[in-house]
Design a protein around this ligand. Structure first.
Ligand code: PLP
Length: 277
């Protein structure tokens, strides 16, 4: 299956269930967004490639999110080129180049938290550009980047600290990485905190991300040249509140695909999941 050929069994009942779950989420987003454009990323980590293909074929949905570099590379190799992949997981420096240089339809890396990683991603995208024939129908622009912000201040969470660290990383991407496009900011936030948010209260992680975006747009107005930065915030448990607070992109996994299997049981081609639907 290294030639990108798609050969996967799709269970029709599974395909129906997945597309109705995705459509239900899309409809809720549409209502809450009230005319704004909010991108839905279907987070397919630890779910078989056949689930992604089923959704793509049934609904033409193209934005899918993955957390593990190896898993993403394997899925991208066997799934349609039209898919726009989002890498949203913890990023290791040594995976930055292979990830970008082998996946032309990588749409965004949402978990960038150091200048070193940005530089490696920039090099990987440059390599990809130079390996494409210049008359290729596949015109590749710069790779989109979200800077991941640690909005909860927890040691265990990745992401840069709001303030100087975020500004320096943004400036590095804007000035020194010609093959990258700074699209916006991303946060995961404290799961416990978002669950504790009560009706009518606002999630502090989302407030923090929004403030950081506003600050960066002001501080880097020369470098940004009028370009706006988007907010990627909101997951299954809190995407509705996130949209009300101005999110431009929500990343929803469980609500579309159901609970995820433990990582050690996962297979790209889906044997471990075959008995479930
Ligand atoms: C897994 C994951 C999601 C999706 O989480 P759900 O709660 O299943 O919707 C979103 N964003 C990131 C960064 C993730 O790792």
């Amino acid at each position: 299956m290294s030639d990108g050929e798609v050969d996967m069994k799709i269970d029709p009942a599974r395909a129906k269930a997945l597309s109705s779950q995705l459509q239900a989420v899309s409809e809720r987003i549409g209502k809450l967004a009230a005319g704004r454009k909010v991108r839905l990323v279907a987070v397919s980590k630890l779910k078989p490639a056949s689930d992604i293909l089923a959704l793509y074929q049934e609904t033409q949905h193209v934005h899918f999110g993955e957390n593990y570099a190896q898993e993403l590379m394997e899925k991208a190799a066997v799934l349609p080129r039209e898919i726009r992949w989002h890498f949203i997981g913890g990023l290791q420096s040594n995976k930055c180049k292979p990830l970008t240089s082998t996946i032309p339809n990588l749409f965004v890396v949402s978990s960038v938290d150091s200048q070193k990683k940005a530089t490696q991603l920039d090099k990987g995208r440059a390599e990809l550009h130079s390996s494409q024939p210049s008359n290729s129908s596949l015109v590749l622009g710069p790779l989109n980047i979200h800077i991941q912000i640690n909005t909860s201040g927890e040691e265990s969470k990745s992401g840069v600290t709001p303030g100087t660290e975020a500004t320096e990383l943004a400036r590095h991407i804007l000035k020194s990485c010609p093959h990258l496009n700074l699209l916006g900011l991303m946060t995961i936030g404290a799961i416990a905190r978002s669950k504790a948010v009560k009706e009518g209260e606002e999630n502090e992680d989302f407030i923090c991300l929004k403030d950081e975006r506003d600050r960066l747009e002001k501080e880097l107005s020369d470098e940004l040249k009028g370009k706006k930065l988007e907010l990627s915030m909101g997951m299954s448990d809190d995407f509705e509140g996130a949209i009300e607070m101005g999110s431009d992109e929500v990343r929803v996994g469980t609500t579309i695909f159901g609970e995820r299997p433990p990582k050690q049981d996962f297979k790209v081609k889906g044997q471990a999941e075959a008995s479930k639907s």
